[in-house]
Unconditional design. Structure first.
Length: 170
């Protein structure tokens, strides 16, 4: 009995099958390459923050962002940074008035609160004489216990804060 392998029996068929497999794989690769990749699942919108050097609204936003960060680290608030920020952004006259307000009210005068906000926004509120008024909206708490405070920050023409009040100077 002659026990030949199939490749010895039908060399043309094996070559055709092999060529078919190679062709199928080749077509599969090229077919995959021509099919566009599935779209990525939508993600949350990317946030961006921008500002312009010399703009009062940018200056106040920078101040409040850094100040809240310095005060908001409950395990290790950076008192030195908060003090340095006040010295850099506030006029010395206003810093003295703010210290007196804080002594009388037992609260942080920049935030007008005893705690630190969970969110904040800053909006230009227009010119007041030679100064610019910027509205800082501070959000305290979360969920059903959210409370917002609006502060009106007056910035002199040299970009120093000269007042923070709960009512507009306009």
């Amino acid at each position: 009995m002659n026990m030949k392998s199939p490749t010895q029996h039908r060399p043309g068929r094996v070559a055709a099958v092999t060529a078919g497999i190679v062709l199928a794989l080749g077509l599969g690769v090229s077919a995959q390459a021509s099919v566009p990749a599935p779209a990525k699942a939508p993600t949350a919108a990317a946030q961006s923050v921008s500002g312009t050097n010399g703009q009062a609204v940018t200056r106040v936003a920078d101040f409040y962002g850094a100040y809240i960060d310095a005060k908001g680290d409950y395990t290790d608030p950076d008192v030195t940074l908060a003090t340095a920020l006040r010295k850099h952004y506030l006029t010395s006259d206003f810093a003295k008035r703010l210290a007196a307000w804080e002594q009388q009210n037992g609260a942080d005068g920049v935030l007008r609160a005893q705690n630190v906000p969970t969110a904040w926004t800053v909006t230009d509120n227009g010119a007041v004489g030679n100064s610019r008024e910027v509205m800082a909206t501070l959000t305290f708490g979360s969920g059903e216990t959210t409370r917002k405070t609006r502060l009106f920050v007056l910035v002199e023409r040299y970009n120093h804060i000269v007042d923070i009040a709960t009512t507009s100077a306009r």
